[in-house]
Each structure stands twice: as structure tokens, then as C-alpha cells.
Design a protein around this ligand. Structure first.
Ligand SMILES: [Zn+2]
Ligand SMILES: [Zn+2]
Length: 316
């Protein structure tokens, strides 16, 4: 199946482009532990449920761990610039077990370079404790993933509502989550969503107009040489729809965030390896409360993981 019918016309496009700004630091907050929620990402399913009932983030909002760029090789001794990716992920898994988020996002580049089935076997072995504890996992494909191998490893029974692309949606904690597929060619840097996926996204968001939404994709939505080729078209779609509160991505291996027209853009740090030794590796804990998105960077140091102060981002 492809497009989902929409009952309303598309909103006009707004302007594009806004420069990154430095993160703001706020006060720390204790971590909470919650019972895990059963079930994997309900890809496609909620597209066919109710479309107009308003929703808001709940006070007891689902807590997430957002990870990107694990780059796991079938050879788990593989290192890049002196950093062993499998070792990093093992340490992160330990910290996830201690903090027990309700859900985990792996936002692309799960595999080392080409998305070999053996890469995903190695990845699954490392994250096995998370599955044992029943923590649901969501994912997006990156430019170093192979779409079919990735889906076969992580969600063999879940299909995609868009031919040739792995897209999924999830309604959880009063939020509408959309997981996009920016993989254009395996092991090439730049990415693209394409007109069909952008049309699908418009129609999905318009069918969930009263639901606050978060969009996840691997490539950073900037039309640079290694970024998203159709970043401007994507930004026109998400900026114009005020229900979209944040866009989450990875790919640059660098934690940064900025806000444009009240919409938050959050570039996740890498777990696997760095492009610059001054840029920290790590993962983000996230919780969406009414009116606020809470973020907490967990930075990988040589022998520990440091929890940074919690950042509070107002939702538009
Ligand atoms: Zn990467
Ligand atoms: Zn990438």
C-alpha cells in the first residue's frame, strides 16, 4: 500500500533554513524507573486508527533513550580512530539497563559500513539484555545500513506502509512518532527522502493534525554535501505543521541542537566513534511532558558515563 488519503488540503509552505545554536543547560533532575511497556514499534498500524481526536503529552510521559550511529561490525574488535564501537555499545547497554527507559530509538547507522547480516547479528548479540528485559526498540535506516537486512534483524514481522522505504509510526504517551527512511544508497554519505515519502509524510501528519508529533530520521535536514538532499522540501512540510514539535536525527556524530520557528532540531551524538576528538560520544535520555521536552546527555568518558544537566525545551 502507498498513500494514505487525506481529507484536507496541504498547508502552505513556510520559509526554510536556520542556523544551529548552542545548547542551553538547566538544572539536573533525578532519573526515574518505570515498568517497561510491552510490544515493538507499531509500524503502520496507527495510520488506520482514529485521525482527529486531540491528544497531549501525558504527565507520566514515556521516557526514551535516543541513540544513533552505533556502527557495529561483524568483527566486534573493529575500531575507528582508536575507538571500539562494540565496546562502546556494551557500555551504553549497561547504562540503559540501569536507567530502564520505556523505549529505545536507534536512529540509523546501526551497522559498520554496508549493513551486512553478520553486522546485525553482532548488534543483536550486544543488545540482547535489552530484549531480555522487554524494552521495545524503534529504529530508522542510515546510510551504512542495508534496509532489508536491518528490517529482517530488528522487525522481521513488521511491514512498511510505503513501498521501497522503511517508514513507521507509533502513537505512544500522547505523541505521534514518525520514523522516516533517508537511506538513498548504502555506504554513500548523502541521503534523500524522495517525493513519495514526503507526500506520505504530509498525509500522515494531516491525518493526525491534533496530535503532537516527533519526526525521526537518520540524516541531518541540511542540504550539505553529506546531508539530506531534499532538506528544504522536508523542512517545508514539518515547519508548516505546528503539531510537529521536534525533529531527531544523527549522521554527523555530533550532539547539537537548534530551534527554528519554535521547532526543535536535535542532532544525536554517536555511540560508535567520533569524527573529531573534541566531540563527545554518548546518548540522550528524553521525556516529553506537557509543554516541555526534557533532554539529558549521557557522555561516554574513558571509564564512566557522565550524566549531564537536564535541558528543558519548550514545545511550540
Ligand atoms: Zn554514522
Ligand atoms: Zn550516517
Amino acid at each position: 500500500m502507498r498513500a494514505i488519503p487525506s481529507s484536507r488540503s496541504l498547508l502552505p509552505s513556510l520559509t526554510t533554513g536556520a542556523g544551529p545554536q548552542d545548547s542551553r543547560i538547566d538544572t539536573p533532575e533525578p532519573l526515574s524507573r518505570r515498568e517497561f511497556l510491552a510490544g515493538a514499534a507499531a509500524a503502520g498500524v496507527s495510520l488506520f486508527l482514529q485521525t482527529s481526536r486531540p491528544s497531549t503529552p501525558r504527565e507520566d510521559a514515556t521516557s526514551w533513550a535516543w541513540l544513533a550511529d552505533t556502527h557495529i561490525s561483524r568483527n566486534t574488535d573493529e575500531s575507528v580512530r582508536g575507538t571500539n564501537m562494540a565496546g562502546n555499545l556494551r557500555r551504553v547497554v549497561e547504562s540503559l539497563l540501569a536507567e530502564r527507559p520505556d523505549r529505545i530509538l536507534f536512529n540509523g547507522d546501526i551497522a559498520f559500513k554496508k549493513g551486512l547480516p553478520e553486522d546485525y547479528d553482532a548488534f543483536l548479540k550486544i543488545i540482547e539484555p535489552l530484549k531480555t528485559h522487554g524494552i521495545p526498540i524503534c529504529h530508522t535506516p542510515g546510510n551504512h545500513d542495508q534496509r532489508e537486512n536491518l528490517s529482517a534483524a530488528l522487525e522481521p514481522k513488521v511491514g512498511s506502509p510505503l513501498d521501497g522505504k522503511r517508514v513507521a509510526v507509533l502513537d505512544d504517551g500522547g505523541m505521534h512518532w514518525v520514523f522516516l527512511d533517508s537511506l538513498e544508497r548504502v555506504n554513500r554519505f548523502s541521503g534523500m527522502l524522495g517525493p513519495a515519502q514526503l507526500d506520505w509524510l504530509k498525509q500522515d501528519l494531516d491525518a493526525h493534525e491534533s496530535h503532537p508529533a516527533i519526526i525521526c530520521l537518520h540524516h541531518h535536514p541540511e542540504a550539505t554535501a553529506i546531508g539530506l538532499k531534499d532538506a528544504d522540501a522536508f523542512l517545508n512540510v514539518v515547519k508548516a505543521r505546528r503539531q510537529v514539535k521536534a525533529v531527531i536525527f544523527g549522521h554527523t556524530h555530533r550532539y547539537r541542537r537548534w530551534t527554528a520557528e519554535g521547532l526543535h532540531f536535535i542532532n544525536l551524538p554517536a555511540v560508535g566513534f567520533w569524527f573529531s576528538p573534541t566531540v563527545p560520544l554518548g546518548w540522550l535520555r528524553a521525556r516529553i511532558r506537557p509543554g516541555t521536552l526534557e533532554l539529558q546527555m549521557h557522555t561516554l568518558k574513558a571509564d564512566t558515563i557522565v550524566k549531564q544537566d537536564v535541558e528543558h525545551l519548550p514545545l511550540r
